[in-house]
Design a protein around this ligand. Structure first.
Ligand code: ADP
Length: 463
């Protein structure tokens, strides 16, 4: 059953029960007051006549002309044997039963009811004379009928009133519940209208202060969080798609070259041109080397994305920098100088040695790669704000301001004509390594003068 009807039913039941209880109480209180009034009148009339009889004044004045107020009662005065001495306003066929007999027998007032011509009468008997031997008895009676009639009318009016009030309260409760639940209707309609791509829509808030308003605000908050989460997911998917497309493209280039050389060798060179054959085999080896490097870089990134665990231990960062410098110096082969500036005191930090060595090597390789012959590359260490900083500076070509924020993107090459075969993954890997340690990489550069890359590592990873 809808909440609206349940609320209506509940309110109607409660109001109905209260009305019926009130009505019944009112009816029975009125009834007892009216009937009590009849009894009081009959009793007081019987006593009034009894006093007259007792005073010996005679009963001649007990009539309307004598100023006696009957107030709707009849009066019968009987002698010691029950003989009727006087009857005033007695309705035809009145038979008051044995009430008078009891009063005579006991010498005390007696009361009862009598059916006279289909009407019920209240009958009250008062003995007159000494209690042990009363000489007379006065009986007064009054019909319940007028009171019953009034009560009947009163009951009907009351029942009709209760019925009308109940009906009114049901209608009122129905509309009240409808008005209270209106915002819920609006919210569910808006929610139903929301499609899969409509996460930017928000539910209407009718009154921010009430319960439904607060619920709607909470749902809107949830929608905002969902929207942001979906946007992040979409962005990640887009990056993934771009990455896959770039990776395929990067792998296809050496593959095309290899298959071209292989076809040439197969078709004629291997038999006809030993010189050409030699060059082709050299090219094939170079291209396979490029492919291997690329695949290794891709694997490194994939492992980093998966969040494979770090093997961290406390190491001397200086030793790592020195080792990377030595390798870079060998690779530079005298083209540029590679110098390691040892710090005043050793800098210990907790990190994965192999990964940090790889990051430092990437920075050094780039520095060597993008520095003209005769230039210099310097790797140094320092400590700042409790963090270990590894700086790699070169006197190379530099990076323009517009390119600086982009060079850490996967497959991004600032100047493809000068990349020397790099796929644009080195800095992405280095940044991923820094971030997996809770650190970062910063770059600054002056085009034409040189660049400085800084690998920043917390002395102790946060987790
Ligand atoms: P790549 O394989 O192309 O070197 P990286 O991710 O290592 O890829 O670098 C991205 C780009 O950033 C490079 O293509 C180059 O243009 C630029 N870059 C990186 N290091 C330096 C540097 N020391 N001096 C000048 N340019 C650099």
């Amino acid at each position: 059953m809808p909440i609206r009807w349940r609320l209506t039913l509940f309110i109607a039941l409660v109001i109905g029960a209260i009305l019926i209880l009130l009505g019944l109480t009112l009816y029975f209180l009125s009834r007892s007051a009216l009937l009590g009034d009849i009894k009081d009148t009959a009793r007081s009339r019987a006593h009034a006549v009894a006093r007259i009889v007792e005073s010996g004044d005679g009963l001649d004045d007990v009539n309307d002309e004598g100023g006696f107020v009957f107030d709707g009662t009849f009066v019968i005065v009987r002698g010691p044997d029950g003989e009727v001495l006087r009857k005033v306003r007695v309705p035809a066929g009145a038979e008051t039963g044995a009430v008078w007999q009891r009063a005579l027998d006991t010498g005390e007032d007696a009361l009862g009811t009598a059916e006279i011509s289909g009407d019920t009468y209240f009958v009250y008997a008062v003995p007159v004379g000494p209690p042990e031997d009363p000489a007379r008895v006065v009986v007064a009676g009054k019909s319940y009928e007028p009171a019953e009639e009034s009560l009947g009318v009163f009951g009907t009016v009351l029942a009709a009133g209760i019925g009308a009030a109940l009906l009114l309260s049901i209608v009122g409760a129905y509309f009240l519940a409808g008005a209270a639940l209106k915002p819920v209707e609006a919210v569910s309609r808006a929610a139903e209208d929301m499609g899969e791509d409509d996460l930017s829509k928000r539910l209407p808030v009718a009154n921010a202060g009430d319960e439904i308003g607060r619920l709607t605000i909470a749902i809107n908050g949830l929608l905002s969080r969902l929207e942001a989460a979906f946007a992040r997911r979409e962005e990640a998917l887009e990056r993934q798609r771009r990455f896959a497309a770039d990776a395929s493209h990067e792998l296809r280039t050496p593959l095309t070259s290899i298959s071209g050389h292989a076809r040439m060798l197969d078709e004629w060179a291997i038999e006809e041109d030993p010189e050409r054959t030699k060059r082709s085999v050299g090219a094939i080896r170079r291209e396979t080397g490029r492919m291997r490097n690329l695949i290794e870089a891709l694997l490194a990134l994939a492992r980093g994305d998966e969040g494979s665990g770090l093997e961290v231990e406390s190491h001397d960062l200086g030793a790592v920098a020195k080792e990377a410098a030595r390798a870079a110096r060998a690779a530079a082969n005298g083209k540029v100088s590679v110098e390691y500036l040892s710090p005043e005191r050793g800098i210990e930090a907790v990190f994965d040695r192999e990964l940090v060595l790889r990051a430092a090597s990437i920075l050094l390789d780039n520095a060597v790669k993008y520095t003209q012959e005769g230039g210099s590359v310097v790797i140094g260490l320092r400590e700042e704000d409790g963090r270990a900083m590894l700086d790699v500076s070169d006197t190379g070509v530099g990076i323009s301001e517009g390119q600086l924020p982009l060079i850490f993107e996967r497959f991004h090459r600032a100047d493809p004509s000068r990349t020397d075969g790099g796929a644009g993954l080195g800095l992405s890997i280095a940044r991923q390594i820094a971030e997996s340690h809770g650190g970062e990489i910063r770059a600054k550069s002056i085009p034409g003068e040189g660049s400085t890359f800084t690998l920043i590592l917390p002395r102790r990873p946060s987790s």
